[in-house]
Design a protein around this ligand. Structure first.
Ligand SMILES: [Ca+2]
Length: 190
């Protein structure tokens, strides 16, 4: 629209004064150049965006669902699915602390996002095993995170397998406190 307007002005003013014509031709050239550059940048961004990471086609299914963890340290497991990045769950320092969410039914999980605490202690997230499955006795390895994490970090994981799952479980191998600001589970929208 801007280019059309500029061309109209050029045509109109060229009748009045050749000096305006030269100035507006320069403006037109600048607009055309910037438009082309933006178009190329947009095409490159779209090309690099993997289709399965386009979360617009996915649905977040963990929010508000039932959770549990290996122990409570005055921070309850449900706080990791409350939609608030400033609140966090926390277990006691113990061997193999875990956190789990029950999605209520099976979903085809496409990615799992973990948000680390924003206030401190991001390095507590390490040696994290993520498993998913349709039942507690049918859990499959989804992803592994060596870490250590950074405070406030946003981690994105894609499962190695493509199985339907009702449960998502996070376990730290070793003695640690498992603390999570938020866990988001994205499933194929059906
Ligand atoms: Ca939270």
């Amino acid at each position: 629209m801007m280019i059309v307007t500029t061309l109209f002005l050029i045509s109109y003013l060229s009748i009045i004064d050749g000096q305006y014509l030269q100035m507006l031709q320069t403006v037109q050239s600048t607009i055309n150049h910037n438009t082309a550059t933006l178009s190329i940048m947009l095409q490159e961004i779209l090309r690099r965006l993997p289709k399965d990471q386009n979360i617009a086609a996915l649905r977040e299914v963990a929010f508000g669902k039932r959770t549990k963890q290996s122990s409570d340290d005055y921070r309850w497991p449900s706080v990791a699915v409350d939609g608030n990045l400033n609140s966090f769950s926390r277990t006691q320092v113990e061997h193999s602390p875990y956190w789990e969410v029950d999605l209520g039914r099976d979903y085809l999980i496409k990615r799992i996002d973990i948000f680390n605490r924003k206030d401190c202690c991001g390095d507590r997230l390490h040696d994290l095993y993520i498993t998913t499955g349709p039942a507690h006795n049918q859990m499959y390895p989804c992803a592994y995170y060596k870490g250590p994490g950074r405070t406030g970090e946003h981690l994105v994981f894609k499962c190695h397998h493509s199985k339907y799952a009702r449960y998502v479980k996070l376990v730290i191998k070793g003695k640690e406190s498992l603390t999570l600001a938020e866990v988001k589970v994205y499933a194929q929208d059906d």
